[in-house]
Design a protein around this ligand. Sequence first.
Ligand code: C2E
Ligand code: MG
Ligand code: MG
Ligand code: MG
Length: 290
Amino acid sequence: ARIAMQDAAQQPGRLQLYQQGRDAAQQRQIRLIRDLRHAAAQGQLLLHYQPKLDIREGLVRQAEALLRWQHPQLGMVSPGEFIPLAEHTGSIQLLSAWVIEEAMRQLQEWDGRGVWVQLSLNISTTDLLDAELPGRVGALLARYRVAPEQLIFEITESGVMLDPERALQVLHGLRGYGIGLSVDDFGTGYSSLAQLKRMPVQELKIDQSFIRELDDHSEDSVIVRSTIEMSHSLGLKVVAEGVELASGLDLLQRWHCDTAQGYLISRPLAAEAFEAWLAQPYRSPLAKVH
Ligand code: C2E
Ligand code: MG
Ligand code: MG
Ligand code: MG
C-alpha cells in the first residue's frame, strides 16, 4: 500500500483514484464486520464440502467443511475475506459455533440416509483459547448422536503459539471426547518440531503453496517428501492440500502421502451436490501402477 501511495502521490489524479479505492475497501470492511454479527441468525451461512481422497484406497470417505457467506446485497463473500475480519472483531466464536453445530446436524442427516463421511472443520485461534469449547462440543455430539470419530478439527500452528498452555488444554479436552485433530497450512507458520510433538494431533496438512505446482525436481518436492517422512515417523497422517495436477498426485502417491485434497479431485460442493458426488461410482485420478 505504501508503494501505491508513493506512486500515486506523484500523479494527483491517481492519488484521488487511489483514495477512492481505499475508501470503498474500508467501507466494505466496515459493512462486512457489521453484517457478520447477524449472518448466522439471518440464515446467510452455509457449508460447502470438499472431498479428501484416500490415496492408498482410491476412495473418498472424508471431506473438509468450508464456510460460505451468502450476503443479501454483496453476494458470496469468501472466507479469505471475512474470517480475518471476524477474528479481529470477536464474531468468530459465533461463526465457529454455527459451523460446529451445522456440521453435526448435517452428519446426523446423512447418517439417517446411510451416508458415512468424516468431516474436517476449521477452528480459529480464538476458539483454541476458549476453555469451554470441549464441553460444548461434547454436548453437541450427544445431542446430534454423532460419533466423535466422524469429526476432525483443523487448527493452525499460529493458533497454538499464541498461548500454548491454554491451547493445549483445549486440544486435550477435544481429544478426550475422541475428536481428531489436524494441523492446517503446515509449513507456513513458525512452529517447531518440538511444538508439533507436544500437540495431540493425528494429521498434518501440507500447505497448498508447496503442492499446487509440485514437480519432481523443485525445492517444493524436497520439502514435501521430507514432511511426509517426518510426519510418518511421528505417527501422523499427511494430507496434501491444493492438488490441481495429475502429475502432482502421482508424485504424492509415489511418496506415500495418505490423502489428497484439491480441485483435481473436486472443488468444494454444496451439501446436496456433495452427496450426489459421493453416490456416483468414483474413478479416482490416481495412476493405476504404483
Ligand atoms: P483452508 O482451511 O486451508 O482451506 C482450503 C482452501 O483452499 C479453501 O478455500 C479451498 O476451497 C481451497 N482449495 C482447495 N483445493 C484447492 C485447489 O486445488 N486450488 C486452489 N487454488 N484452492 C484450493 P476457501 O474455502 O476459500 O477457504 C479459505 C480459508 O478460509 C480456509 O483455508 C480457512 O483458513 C478459512 N475458513 C474456511 N471455512 C472456515 C470455517 O468454517 N472456520 C474458520 N475459522 N475458517 C474457515
Ligand atoms: Mg482447513
Ligand atoms: Mg489449508
Ligand atoms: Mg488456511
